[in-house]
Design a binder for this molecule. Sequence first.
Ligand code: ATP
Length: 299
Amino acid sequence: MTASVTVRVPAKVNVQLAVGPVRSDGFHDLANVFLAVGLFDEVTVRPADALRVTCEGPDAGQVPLDAGNLAARAALALAKRHGREANVHIHIDKNIPVAGGMAGGSADGAAALVACDALWGTGASREEMLEICAELGSDVPFSLVGGAALGRGRGELLTPLETGGTFHWVFAVADGGLSTPAVYAECDRLRGTAAVPDPEPSSALLAALRAGDVAALAAAVGNDLQEAAVSLRPSLAATLAAGTEAGALAAMVSGSGPTTAFLVEDEAAARKVADALRASGTCRAVRETSGPVAGATVI
Ligand code: ATP
């Protein structure tokens, strides 16, 4: 019997997050262009008497260890479909900032699903795995597939996108998190009664990804939640300015924030921007990485 399975899963950045009007179910229709980047959690599952979650890493204290943990929910969902007990110990080695708009919880959900499927020999089809992911949350399917993808609907209806190269990023991790629902609510509040167009992916942005053209990508990135995230956390403006002054080609809030993302020319530029962000004292931690990278993968 397999003693344990470990799955490595990446964080994401939204290079475009176009938010449509509120739907009758309370969600927003999105045009969400995801890029998986090289900040990883590792999720290990092993047989146990009962379902249990443990977590280690700098932000581990903020991760729920009860049935609300997305990794636990993923194990339970797979077990239920296959008529078995979810009797596993799930250990999360957490490196993705928590509540940072980088889909860390979603990543652990996708990773636990892949890990349990391998541990139990469930043999779930890709289609079934994607279905379970979509039930767990809007960003979970992308954590499974990785690379780059366009998400429609709540973000869960994915079309893989071609990328023509590697893009370099610097991420500034802010103190504390921001609640994703609170950021959407603030976005709605700021919009007031103004008419909101249906969200569409930018064709210039998709072309830039396809061509691996960093300057064109920088000119096309956009996040409709940025204003709301900065409204709830005004100090993010100083972080964005610090990265821009240090030569970032684009500076944006990552997803619902409060992590900020800086697109840079290459590794040398990343180092310069990262040093400037550290020196600015406007963030808690700085990470340099690149993408696209693969989605949840057994290691
Ligand atoms: P997204 O980018 O998808 O909006 P996020 O990166 O802002 O997500 P997460 O790190 O996923 O935020 O955490 C959001 C909340 O989800 C946390 O505050 C925590 O209570 C809960 N959560 C559930 N499971 C996990 C998990 N495995 N890791 C981290 N947070 C989790």
